[in-house]
Design a protein. Sequence first.
Length: 96
Amino acid sequence: MPTYVTLSHFADQGIKSVKDTVKRSEAFRTAAKAAGVTVKEILWTQGQHDIVTVVEGPEEAVAALGLGVAKLGNISSHTLRGFTAAEMERILAKVS
């Protein structure tokens, strides 16, 4: 299953209700499970990004989940496709 890393930061609405961020993460886990996406990790971070999320799932399911979260207006995010060492080995085997 493909892995995705999402780097998020609080939007104005999200920071105003920051005390609900853990509750929102539980709602995200529930929505992810319903969409067929596995949440591997949610971390709150300091620095340029406020939250880092690692999920696994089909590309379209992850994209739809991300759009559903974005429309709530609490965060803005950037999602990256991640590759495991085994996946990278297969990719590198194809490099000429």
